[in-house]
Design a protein around this ligand. Sequence first.
Ligand code: ADP
Length: 463
Amino acid sequence: MKILFCASEAFPFAKSGGLADVAHALPKALAQSDEVTLMLPLYRCMSFDRERLQKMAEKRLSFGGADYRVTLHTLQYAGMRVVFVESPPLSERDYLYGNPGSAYGDNDLRFALFSHAIAAFAKEERFDILHLNDWHTALAALFAKEAGVEAKILFTIHNLAYQGVFDVRRLPLLGIEERYFQMDGVEFYGKINFLKAGIAWCDALTTVSPTYAKEILTPEFGCGLEGFLRLHAGKLTGILNGIDTTLFDPRNDPMIACPMKRKISTFKKCNKKALSHAQNDLPLFVFIGRLTEQKGVDLLIALVEELASLPLRFYFLGEGDPQIGMWLEQMCETYENMAYYGGYDEAFAHRLYAAADFLVMPSRFEPCGLNQMIAMHYGTIPIVHTVGGLKDTVHATGYRCGLGLPYTPNEAEVLLEQIVQALVQWCEPETMERINRFNMACDFSIERTAREYRKLYVECIGK
Ligand code: ADP
């Protein structure tokens, strides 16, 4: 199969969250048996050697009464061809989407431009599958259908909370014809909704876990799109994301101090020792993630006094809402058993997964969540709110992969009970070792995910 996979970010070129992990690992896994092109914007802030890029083509894209200069660059990476789209409004920025805590005012134009470039490229080269991801590339489904692109279009929603909603006055500028501004098109309460274009014009719609696929059809999790999604539910499936187990490999991870050999407890001890804040005789709890309401870190902040009085250490790693960052800073200055690193640091995240005994994820909603899978792979037991992909991957008992301490409802006191339960568990090293061995044998690999996508691609092509 010839697949064109498009996203606004992919590791190792640009990453702000889980989308980048999947947009790297999934096409890479697919490339083992299929011909894959990964299409990304070229951002000025990308940190890689530009010398490796080869110029492919220079074009002009005309839409919305303007002409945009677009240069396509390419390089070979991990068995696939990566094509970068460079155009001044899209590329000449210091950040991917906006200065920390805010969004660029012309993100609608930037990603409409990217979507036009995708559709034009898909028209020019013949592909069997055009796989689009999230709102940034959603308009490409509409533009590709308009242009008569023959490839079957798959659209994946990684997080329904981000829809790309913009002022209707921008419609002509974006090159969207007015006839598409209606309820079964891109109209959303008088505004333009990019995500709706992906949902409406794709041939198959996926989201990143089976539970989230059901949740998004309800008012509680549908973010206002539940009705529209129900209308398209016939083409919706949930495919669980997976992790790149070559990148996240506790036996062979150059970012961590001690590789895993035999006993998981020895691995933990050694990596904890290398972490300045940790103490070997106390269990280490970590939170790793974006500082947003979604991730529920405020529940942990609400438990600060209880956490301070328990025999544990807590490490927070996160970036996002400055207010949440400030609370974490204050809390960690006050209590010496807590530490906070504000920022995005890939290597440090690896070191925390390797050293921690427990990972806490009090997410209010979680489309899939990669952290809990990475954690289980590194012998770290997840404590999670049973929601979305967390419900599909972390179980209290039984034989389903994996094992951890799930809880519901998502209230601070209930979470505290699980943390106390975790402390009890920590005092039973054999139980810890058994649970971690079980989790490490679970298949959370992206290869499993890729097999499911491949099946869906074949089904789509057959239709
Ligand atoms: P998201 O909702 O952010 O996409 P996921 O659980 O799907 O959440 O993926 C998060 C990914 O980003 C994981 O690889 C996690 O380790 C990483 N991550 C999140 N925050 C940070 C941070 N501050 N520093 C380093 N890595 C981080």
